[in-house]
Write a protein that binds this ligand. Structure first.
Ligand SMILES: Cc1cc2nc3c(=O)[nH]c(=O)nc-3n(C[C@H](O)[C@H](O)[C@H](O)COP(=O)(O)OP(=O)(O)OC[C@H]3O[C@@H](n4cnc5c(N)ncnc54)[C@H](O)[C@@H]3O)c2cc1C
Ligand SMILES: *[C@@H]1O[C@H](CO)[C@@H](O)[C@H](O)[C@H]1NC(C)=O
Ligand SMILES: *[C@@H]1O[C@H](CO)[C@@H](O)[C@H](O)[C@H]1NC(C)=O
Ligand SMILES: *[C@@H]1O[C@H](CO)[C@@H](O)[C@H](O)[C@H]1NC(C)=O
Ligand SMILES: *[C@@H]1O[C@H](CO)[C@@H](O)[C@H](O)[C@H]1NC(C)=O
Ligand SMILES: *[C@@H]1O[C@H](CO)[C@@H](O)[C@H](O)[C@H]1NC(C)=O
Ligand SMILES: *[C@@H]1O[C@H](CO)[C@@H](O)[C@H](O)[C@H]1NC(C)=O
Ligand SMILES: *[C@@H]1O[C@H](CO)[C@@H](O)[C@H](O)[C@H]1NC(C)=O
Ligand SMILES: *[C@@H]1O[C@H](CO)[C@@H](O)[C@H](O)[C@H]1NC(C)=O
Ligand SMILES: *[C@@H]1O[C@H](CO)[C@@H](O)[C@H](O)[C@H]1NC(C)=O
Ligand SMILES: *[C@@H]1O[C@H](CO)[C@@H](O)[C@H](O)[C@H]1NC(C)=O
Ligand SMILES: *[C@@H]1O[C@H](CO)[C@@H](O)[C@H](O)[C@H]1NC(C)=O
Ligand SMILES: CC(=O)N[C@H]1CO[C@H](CO)[C@@H](O)[C@@H]1O
Length: 646
C-alpha cells in the first residue's frame, strides 16, 4: 500500500461557499500592517516577495490556482513524482535565508555510514532526558508515536529488533523559525506543494501532532522572547499581562515571571506555554483558582493557512480567537506569540498524602486491601473540597511488587501558606478516620525536619513518577477521562467509579494518575472560548497508560492495546457523555469529536473549513482531521511514521 496521508470524503459542507471565501479574502487583504508583540514578527513575507515564485504564493482563495479540490488526493511524499526537486528545495532554502534543515533524528550519528563515536556517546547519555527531545528539530517526547524509529543502537532499554535507523519516519525538512516570514514561507510552500505540514514546539504531544513522516515541519522552539506588561486593556480585561513567544517553555516563564514579581499560569516544567498547551486547554497548579491556560489568553498573533499574518483578539478575527483557545493545536494556524494575563504573586500551600498496603517504611502507614480502597473512595469524594478550596491534588495509585498498592497525592493550594495547607489536609484524615481507617496525618506537623522525612520523600518520589522508559522519556499508550463532579457526589455512582478504577489497577496492573482540579466557568471568569464543555464540570482529570521499554511488533501492540482498552473502557462507561482532556489523551479515543470537543465540534469544524479549505494543517484527532488518515499498512494504527510497520 502506498505510504500516504489520504482523504476520506467527509459528509457535510466541507467546501464553504465561494462567496464567503471571497469576503474572507477581501478582509484578509485589508490587514496589511498591524501591531506586533516582538521584532521577529515585523519581518514578514510581502506580496512583492512572492510575485515570481508560485510555490511561496499566499493562499488566494478562491483563485483558480488554489489547491482546494486536490484534497481528494494523497499528500505528496518523498519519492513521489511531484515531490520538489533538490534544486527547488535549495531555492526554498535561499528564500528562507538558509533556515531549512534536513529532518534527521538525533541517533543517526550512532549508525553507519554516519557513525560518529563522540556524538553518539552524547546522544546515548542524554537520550532519556527531556532537553534532548525539546531542543531537537524532530525528536518527540513519546517515541511510541514515531515508531521508536531510530534509537541509539546499543542502548540497553531498546529491543534488538528496533535497532535500526529509519530516516523515512521523520519530517523530511524542518524550517528553523526565527521570523514570522519563515513561518509564512513554510505554510505557503507546503500548501502549494501539497506536502504534509506539521508544527513542532517541544514535542510533548501524546497524540502525535508534532510528529509526521515525510512532512515539512515548522519548528517554533527558538522563538524565546518575553516581555512583562504592567498594564494592558484588552477586551474586558484591564491589568497585568505578558507577551510570550511561541517557543517559550514553562520553566522559562516561571523564571521570567518571578523576576517580574508576578504569577503567570503555566504547565509542568518543560511544556511549551504559547503552543499546544493553551490551545488544547492547558491545566496547571492554578486550574481551580484561575482556570485553564486557554482562559488566560488576551490576544494571539497567528499565521493562518493562507500564509497571512493576523491578530486574533476580542475585536479582530474573533472566530479564530475563540477556536484557538481550547479547540486544539495544529488546526487553524501557527501561533507566533500571545499576550497572557499576569497576577500579583500568589503563595501556594503544599501538602502530601501517602498510604500503602506494603511495608515501605516505619513512617508510611500500612493498611489492609479493604482499608486501602475505602481510603481511595474517601479521598475521591474529599477531592471536591480540594477544588472548592481552589487547589489541585496530583495523585497516583501505583501497583507494586507482590500485589501491593501505594497511594500518593501532592496537594497545591494557591492562596494558602504551609500551616493552612497542612490544616486543610487534616480534614481528609478526619474523614478517613470516620470511615474506619485509622491513619493519622504523618505530614500534619508543620516542621520541616521531621524524623524519617527524607526516607518518605524518596518513597513518595518513586511512587509519583509519570510513565517513562528512562528517567523522563516515554514509550507510552495513554488514555484519560474527565470524571464529572457528579461521579463523586452520588454514593452509588461513586461506588461504580471506584470499582472501575480498582479493577484497572488491582486486576489490570496499570497505574492510575488523577489530578483533582476544577476549571469551572465561574473560576475562569465565564470566558467565551472553545474549551471542551466536559472540562468545566469535571472534578478530576484521570489518566492511565500502558508503557513498554521498546516498541514491539504490531501484533504484540494490538494485544497490549486490546487488554488496556478492556480495563479502561469501564471509566467511560461510568461517565457517559463526559469527555477526555485532549492535551493528555489516547490518539485512538473512540468518538473523539464528542470526547475532546463536545458541543463545540460543529462550530469548530465550520471555522476550520473556512480558514483552512486546503487542509494545510492536519494532526490526528484535530478538528477536521477525519477527512484524512496516515496509511502505514495497518489501518487505524495511529503511528505518524508511514513505513515502520510495513
Ligand atoms: C511530561 C509531560 C507533562 C505534561 N504536563 C502538562 C501539564 O502540566 N498541563 C497540561 O495541560 N498538559 C501537560 N502536558 C500535555 C501538554 O500540554 C500537551 O502535550 C501540549 O500539546 C504540548 O504542547 P507543546 O507546544 O509544548 O508541544 P508540541 O508537541 O510541540 O505541540 C503540541 C501540539 O500543538 C501544536 N502546536 C505547537 N505549537 C504550536 C503553535 N505555535 N501554533 C499552533 N499549533 C502548535 C503541535 O503541532 C502539536 O499538535 C504534559 C505532557 C507531557 C508529556
Ligand atoms: C520578478 O519579475 C520581474 C518582471 O519579470 C522582474 O523585474 C523582477 O526583477 C523579478 N523579481 C525577482 C525577485 O526575481
Ligand atoms: C472545485 O470543484 C468544484 C466542483 O467540482 C468546481 O465547481 C470548482 O471550479 C473547482 N475549483 C477549482 C479551483 O478547481
Ligand atoms: C540551507 O542553507 C544553509 C545556508 O546556506 C545551509 O547551511 C543548509 O545546509 C541548507 N539546508 C539544506 C537542507 O540544504
Ligand atoms: C536554528 O536557528 C538558530 C538561530 O539562528 C541557531 O542558533 C540554531 O543553531 C539553529 N538550529 C539548528 C538545528 O540548525
Ligand atoms: C511583589 O509584588 C507584591 C504584590 O504586588 C508586593 O507586595 C511585593 O512587595 C513585591 N515584591 C517585590 C520584591 O517587589
Ligand atoms: C508487612 O509486615 C507484616 C508484619 O511483619 C506482615 O504480616 C505482612 O505480611 C507484611 N505485608 C507485606 C505486604 O509484605
Ligand atoms: C515479595 O514476596 C517474596 C516472598 O514472600 C519476598 O521474598 C519478597 O521480598 C517480596 N518482595 C517485596 C518487594 O516485598
Ligand atoms: C490484596 O489485593 C491484591 C490485588 O490488588 C492481591 O494480589 C493480594 O493478594 C491481596 N492481599 C490480601 C492480603 O488479600
Ligand atoms: C498563615 O496564614 C494565617 C492566616 O493569614 C496566619 O495566621 C499564619 O500566621 C500564617 N502562617 C505562616 C506560617 O505564615
Ligand atoms: C489508631 O492508631 C493509633 C496509632 O497507630 C493507636 O494508638 C490507636 O489505638 C488506634 N485507634 C483505633 C481506634 O484503632
Ligand atoms: C532503562 O535504562 C535506565 C537507565 O539505564 C534504567 O534506569 C531503567 O531501569 C531502564 N528501563 C528499562 C525498562 O529497562
Ligand atoms: C491588528 C489589528 O487588526 N488590529 C485591529 C483590531 O481591532 C481594533 C478595533 O476594531 C482595531 O483598532 C485594530 O487596528
Amino acid at each position: 500500500m502506498k505510504a500516504c496521508c489520504t482523504s476520506v470524503q467527509v459528509t457535510g459542507s466541507r467546501i464553504p461557499s465561494m462567496f464567503f471565501l471571497y469576503v474572507l479574502w477581501i478582509l484578509v487583504q485589508t490587514i496589511s500592517v498591524h501591531a506586533v508583540n516582538f521584532p521577529y514578527e515585523s519581518i514578514q513575507l510581502a506580496d512583492s516577495d512572492v510575485r515570481n515564485y508560485s510555490r511561496i504564493d499566499f493562499g488566494a482563495s478562491p483563485s483558480p490556482s488554489s489547491n482546494i479540490n486536490s484534497t481528494t488526493d494523497c499528500k505528496v511524499y518523498p519519492g513521489d513524482a511531484q515531490w520538489p526537486s533538490d534544486a527547488e528545495w535549495k531555492k526554498f532554502n535561499d528564500t528562507l535565508g538558509g533556515a531549512l534543515i534536513k529532518g534527521v533524528p538525533p541517533a543517526k550519528v550512532c549508525y553507519q555510514p554516519t557513525y560518529e563515536a563522540t556524538q553518539c556517546a552524547t546522544v546515548k547519555a542524554n537520550y532519556f532526558y527531556d532537553k534532548l527531545r525539546n531542543d531537537d528539530p524532530v525528536a518527540i517526547v513519546n517515541e511510541w508515536l514515531d515508531g521508536d524509529s531510530c534509537p541509539p543502537s546499543d542502548s540497553s532499554n531498546i529491543s534488538a529488533s528496533a535497532s535500526t535507523c529509519n530516516l523515512d519516519a521523520y519530517p523530511a525538512y524542518v524550517v528553523n523559525v526565527t521570523t514570522v516570514k519563515h513561518v509564512q514561507l513554510a505554510v505557503n510552500f507546503a500548501r502549494n506543494s501539497n506536502i504534509r505540514l506539521i508544527i513542532k514546539n517541544t514535542g510533548h504531544d501524546m497524540r502525535g501532532g508534532s510528529a509526521g513522516a515525510g512532512s515539512l515541519s515548522v519548528w517554533t522552539h527558538n522563538l524565546k522572547s518575553f516581555e512583562y506588561l504592567p498594564s494592558v486593556s484588552i477586551g474586558n480585561y484591564q491589568g497585568k499581562a505578558a507577551r510570550v513567544a511561541a517557543g517559550i517553555q514553562s520553566f522559562e516563564v516561571g523564571n521570567l515571571a518571578s523576576t517580574a514579581n508576578v504569577t503567570i499560569v503555566a504547565p509542568a516544567g518543560t511544556v511549551g506555554v504559547a503552543g499546544g498547551w493553551f490551545q488544547g486547554g492547558g491545566h496547571s497548579t492554578y486550574t481551580s483558582y484561575y482556570g485553564l491556560g486557554a482562559d488566560q489568553m488576551l490576544s494571539l498573533e497567528v499565521v493562518t493557512a493562507d500564509g497571512r499574518f493576523v491578530t486574533a483578539d476580542p475585536t479582530n478575527n474573533t472566530d479564530l480567537f475563540w477556536a484557538l483557545r481550547g479547540g486544539g493545536g495544529s488546526t487553524y494556524g501557527v501561533v507566533t506569540s500571545v499576550i497572557t494575563k499576569a497576577y500579583d504573586p500568589v503563595s501556594i500551600g503544599f501538602s502530601n498524602i501517602i498510604f500503602t498496603t506494603a511495608n515501605l517504611s516505619h513512617y508510611v502507614p500500612t493498611v489492609s486491601n479493604e482499608s486501602f480502597w475505602t481510603g481511595i473512595r474517601t479521598y475521591l469524594k474529599w477531592g471536591l473540597q480540594i477544588c472548592d478550596a481552589g487547589g489541585i491534588g496530583y495523585n497516583f495509585i501505583r501497583p507494586g511488587p507482590n500485589g501491593t498498592l501505594t497511594f500518593t497525592s501532592s496537594l497545591s493550594l494557591p492562596g494558602l501558606n504551609y500551616t493552612q495547607g497542612t490544616a486543610f489536609t487534616s480534614t481528609f484524615f478526619e474523614e478517613l478516620n470516620d470511615a474506619g481507617v485509622n491513619i493519622t496525618n504523618p505530614y500534619a506537623t508543620p516542621t520541616v525536619t521531621r524524623a524519617g522525612a527524607a526516607e518518605v520523600e524518596a518513597i513518595f518520589a518513586a511512587a509519583s513518577a509519570y510513565p517513562s522508559r528512562g528517567p523522563g522519556e516515554m514509550n507510552t499508550r495513554l488514555a484519560s477521562r474527565l470524571f464529572p463532579r457528579e461521579n463523586f457526589k452520588d454514593d452509588d455512582l461513586l461506588d461504580l467509579t471506584v470499582t472501575a478504577i480498582r479493577n484497572f489497577v488491582a486486576e489490570g496492573g496499570y497505574t492510575f494518575h488523577g489530578i483533582n482540579h476544577c476549571p469551572t466557568m465561574d473560576v475562569a471568569g465565564n470566558p467565551d472560548n472553545a474549551v471542551g464543555p466536559a472540562y468545566r464540570i469535571a472534578a478530576i482529570h484521570a489518566q492511565g497508560w500502558d508503557s513498554s521499554p521498546a516498541v514491539g511488533p504490531i501484533s504484540e501492540q494490538i494485544v497490549r492495546k486490546a487488554r488496556f482498552d478492556k480495563y479502561f473502557q469501564p471509566w467511560r462507561d461510568v461517565s457517559p457523555g463526559a469527555g477526555s482532556y485532549m492535551g493528555e489523551a489516547d490518539p485512538s479515543e473512540p468518538n473523539w469529536q464528542q470526547s475532546f470537543y463536545g458541543d463545540n465540534y460543529e462550530r469548530l469544524l465550520g471555522i476550520k473549513q473556512t480558514i483552512d479549505p486546503w487542509n494545510a494543517f492536519w494532526a490526528p484527532t484535530a478538528v477536521g482531521s477525519e477527512g484524512w488518515e496516515v496509511r502505514n499498512g495497518n489501518a487505524g494504527w495511529p503511528s505518524q511514521n508511514v513505513s515502520i510497520f510495513l
